[in-house]
Structure formats: structure tokens, C-alpha cells
Design a protein around this ligand. Structure first.
Ligand SMILES: Cc1cc2nc3c(=O)[nH]c(=O)nc-3n(C[C@H](O)[C@H](O)[C@H](O)COP(=O)(O)OP(=O)(O)OC[C@H]3O[C@@H](n4cnc5c(N)ncnc54)[C@H](O)[C@@H]3O)c2cc1C
Length: 420
């Protein structure tokens, strides 16, 4: 893009799970669509923080129940063609169903998906300002090494994970719960050289960490964390190094990243010392960036609640389904779960993807309008694909008609293969 002053039908800010789905959904309606991302690749937390398992594509129900179709499913099919996805994995203890990922092939699949649908990708560009005209956003200002770019559109989707676009637009946003609490951030560790016979039973690691704490290791947070063996490499992903941080602020994030890296090295020491099979283990990578679970949420025309989630409530204006249980991460504590009624799913209404006071702005992914308990479920990436897809279609429909028509948006989503 040589022109520093451009216009599209739809602009999507943030190229994580929600943003990619939003951009593809909009482009499939014929909208000229720009997908803006500050990182060098798409995927958000999956590729930039090594969160290498898609949750939320499937409900807990047995037999298997897929609750996210559409663009998200197109990505799964692409990963299947690459030979890195066959069947999802069901945890026999919890019933949770996940899709383990390969980081590099996920980046490639997302590039292919975006290009195949003629979305214009723009990486290495951060949105830093917004211009509005009454109750509409008119232009976003992106920033790269050459300076500012002015990007105008008929409709916008905020898929930034931090509600940057909404906050910059002056929309109502809240940070964390009403008490201002946010879920823990975690620096993911990728560990190589672990003997294939090592069991990833959480209690083995918990005992080792407790012993280490008694013996004077004092920079460890979580005792019971998530562990996963990656396909192909056999590397182990370990999510232990928690930090309680306001991740909107670089000064706080700096302290947290440095502290979490120190934790990661201390965890390595402990695992190698106390867990048989870790003798030759080494730290392949942290991050790259700290995994941030929660910052801002948008206030929309409906606030999805924890009650909606656990009771599997249906809505007339449903545009997506959530099938992941409520999963709460308090800093340093094990995850707490609350299941959805009948291990099934709940509806996500279009009203919770709107941004109060704005006509041409939608939100998607972990920032949608919801309370703290509902957030603990909707935040996962499978569900982010579903809300992103819906927000992209709603934005493209608005760009073409200047209307908000739930029936037409639902019809289009069904035609694009979404499960609603
Ligand atoms: C440690 C950890 C473990 C987790 N475990 C799981 C799990 O196992 N499975 C699961 O499904 N979910 C998990 N989650 C939750 C999940 O990763 C996120 O909630 C999810 O990624 C949200 O998707 P999103 O598209 O809304 O946001 P993100 O994935 O955060 O993507 C947002 C994108 O927007 C970009 N962006 C932000 N601001 C701007 C800007 N101003 N300009 C341009 N670009 C911008 C960012 O660079 C980013 O790429 C975990 C999260 C964490 C932190």
C-alpha cells in the first residue's frame, strides 16, 4: 500500500481469531475489506503468545458437538489439509474438547485464508487514533515506520482484544469486573527435550513446585498449571508463570514480562531437578509476548451474563454459539470451571456485538459486551471465530445498506456456514 490515505467498505482492527473471521466474513459479502494487525502475522494470542489450543469449537457434550462453523471451520479444514488436524482431543477427565495447533502452520493457514477471500492484509500497523462523525467512526489512523496512514470506511470491527478502537472512539468501555479485577496474565513456556515417557499429570508438577517452595524457590506463582504435549515436536507447553497486571500500560507490562521470564527460568530449574525425564529439558521459547487474558470490555446494547452462559439461554437475535465452560484464572491459582447446562451451548446475541452509541462499529472476540463470568467463557478462540464472523457480516451489511437487520444478518451467516 503506497497511498497513505485509503478507503474501504469495512476495516477490521486486530488480526487475531476474531479479526480474521470478521474480515473473511465481510469480504465474502463482496465488501472491500482491510485487516489491520500490529504484529508480523495473524493469529493473536495463538501465534504471538503460544496459546496453541483452540477451545470453544466443540461443546463438552458426548457425542461430539461442534458449535462453531463458518470461517472458523474453514480454518480447521485448511489445517486438516496441511495434515496437522485430524480429530479434536477430548480430555477424558474434564470432557473439554480442544484442537491442538502447530504455530507456523497456523500462521500459514491464516495468511492463505485471508488472501483466498481477497481481504487486504496490513501487518506491522497499529491503530493509534480515530476520527468520528456523530454516531459513526469515519477514519482510523494507523502508524508504521513511515508515519501515519488515514484509513476511512463505511463500517468498522474492533477485534483488538483490548478494545483499542472502541476506547479511541470514545465508546463506553469497562476494565475487567465491576471491582476492576482482571484474569491472570500468563507467560507460556515451550519446553524441549522432555523424555516421551514423562506423564503430564498436574499433581506431579504440583508436588515438585510445592517441594521447591519449601526449599527456598520464591519466584514461582502457580502450583497447578496447564500442560500440553505438542504434536510433531513433542515439546511441552507449560502455563505456570502468572502475573497480575494492567496490560494496557507498557510500564506495568515491562515489569510483568521481566518477572515472568524470571519465573520461567525458575520453573525450568525445578522441573529439571525434581521431575524424572526432565534431565535434558531446555527452554525453547517463552511468549513471544505475555499472554494477556483480560483488559477492556465494550458496553453494547446487551450485556451477556454468566446466567445466560450456565443456563444455555437462547436469543432471537443469536449470531454465534458459545460452547466452552466458564473458566476463571485468578493469579497464581488453579483454573476454576462452571459447566454449561447439559454440557451444551448458549447463544450470543447480535446486541452484545454492538457498541453502545455507535451505528457503524461492532466488537468481536474477547472484548464483547458481557459480565465477568460470561467473559470467562466467551474469551476462548473458537468462540472468537464465531463472534468475529458475525461482526464482520453485520459490518459489511451495514456498509452496503446503512441498516441493522438481524434477520438478513442471520440469513447471510447461515449461508456462509455459521452454526447459529
Ligand atoms: C495464557 C492464556 C491461555 C489461554 N488459553 C486458551 C486456550 O487454551 N484456548 C483458547 O481458545 N483460548 C485461550 N485463551 C484465550 C484466548 O487466547 C483469547 O481470549 C483470544 O485469543 C481472544 O481472541 P481475539 O481475537 O479477541 O484477541 P487476540 O487473539 O488477542 O487478537 C487481537 C489482535 O489485535 C491486535 N491489535 C491489538 N490492538 C491493535 C491496534 N491498536 N492496532 C492493530 N492491531 C492491534 C493484536 O496484536 C492481536 O493480534 C488463553 C489466553 C491466555 C492469555
Amino acid at each position: 500500500m503506497h497511498d497513505r490515505n485509503v478507503t474501504y467498505d469495512v476495516v477490521v482492527v486486530g488480526g487475531g481469531s476474531a479479526g480474521v473471521a470478521a474480515a473473511v466474513g465481510a469480504a465474502r459479502m463482496g465488501a472491500s475489506t482491510l485487516l489491520l494487525e500490529k504484529n508480523p502475522y495473524f493469529g493473536g494470542a495463538a501465534t504471538h503468545s503460544s496459546v496453541l489450543t483452540y477451545c470453544g469449537f466443540f461443546a463438552q457434550q458426548d457425542p461430539l458437538l461442534q458449535v462453531v462453523g463458518g470461517v472458523g471451520n474453514e480454518l480447521l479444514e485448511r489445517l486438516r489439509r496441511y495434515g496437522v488436524y485430524r480429530e479434536p482431543y477430548r480430555n477424558p477427565r474434564t470432557g473439554n474438547v480442544i484442537v491442538p495447533l502447530d504455530s507456523e502452520l497456523t500462521k500459514l493457514a491464516l495468511d492463505d485464508l485471508v488472501l483466498q477471500h481477497r481481504v487486504t492484509p496490513l501487518l506491522h500497523c497499529q491503530v493509534i487514533e480515530v476520527e468520528r462523525s456523530g454516531d459513526c467512526v469515519s477514519t482510523v489512523i494507523g502508524y508504521d515506520h513511515a508515519g501515519k496512514l488515514r484509513i476511512s470506511a463505511q463500517a468498522f470491527v474492533d477485534a483488538s482484544g483490548d478494545a483499542d478502537l472502541s476506547a479511541l472512539s470514545g465508546a463506553e468501555v469497562v476494565q475487567g469486573s465491576p471491582e476492576g479485577m482482571v484474569q491472570a496474565s500468563t507467560l507460556v513456556m515451550r519446553i524441549g527435550g522432555v523424555h516421551p515417557s514423562v506423564s503430564l499429570d498436574k499433581s506431579i508438577f504440583e508436588q515438585a513446585i510445592q517441594k521447591a517452595k519449601q526449599e527456598g524457590y520464591h519466584h514461582l506463582s502457580k502450583e497447578r498449571g496447564m500442560l500440553l504435549r505438542l504434536p510433531k515436536s513433542g515439546d511441552v507447553l507449560a502455563m505456570f508463570a502468572d502475573e497480575d497486571v494492567d496490560a494496557l500500560q507498557s510500564a506495568q507490562l515491562t515489569k510483568a514480562e521481566i518477572s515472568a521470564r524470571k519465573q520461567a527460568w525458575e520453573y525450568m530449574d525445578v522441573f529439571c531437578k525434581y521431575i524424572p525425564g526432565f534431565e535434558n529439558a531446555y527452554l525453547v521459547q517463552t511468549g513471544p509476548a505475555m499472554g494477556v487474558r483480560e483488559t477492556r470490555h465494550v458496553l453494547g446494547n446487551y450485556i451477556l451474563s454468566g446466567e445466560d452462559v450456565v443456563n444455555g439461554i437462547r436469543h432471537d437475535d443469536a449470531v454465534a454459539r458459545g460452547g466452552w465452560p466458564i473458566e476463571i484464572h485468578r493469579p497464581g491459582k488453579p483454573a476454576e470451571y462452571l459447566s454449561i447446562k447439559n454440557q451444551a451451548y448458549y447463544d450470543i446475541p447480535l446486541r452484545s456485538l454492538t457498541v453502545r452509541g455507535f451505528k457503524n462499529l461492532w466488537c468481536a472476540g474477547r472484548i464483547i459486551s458481557c459480565d465477568a463470568l460470561a467473559f470467562a467463557s466467551v474469551r476462548v478462540m473458537g468462540t472468537a471465530f464465531a463472534t468475529g464472523h458475525a461482526a464482520g457480516v453485520a459490518a459489511a451489511y451495514y456498509a452496503a445498506t446503512k441498516k441493522y437487520d438481524v434477520t438478513a444478518i442471520r440469513q447471510e451467516l447461515i449461508q456462509q456456514g455459521a452454526s447459529i
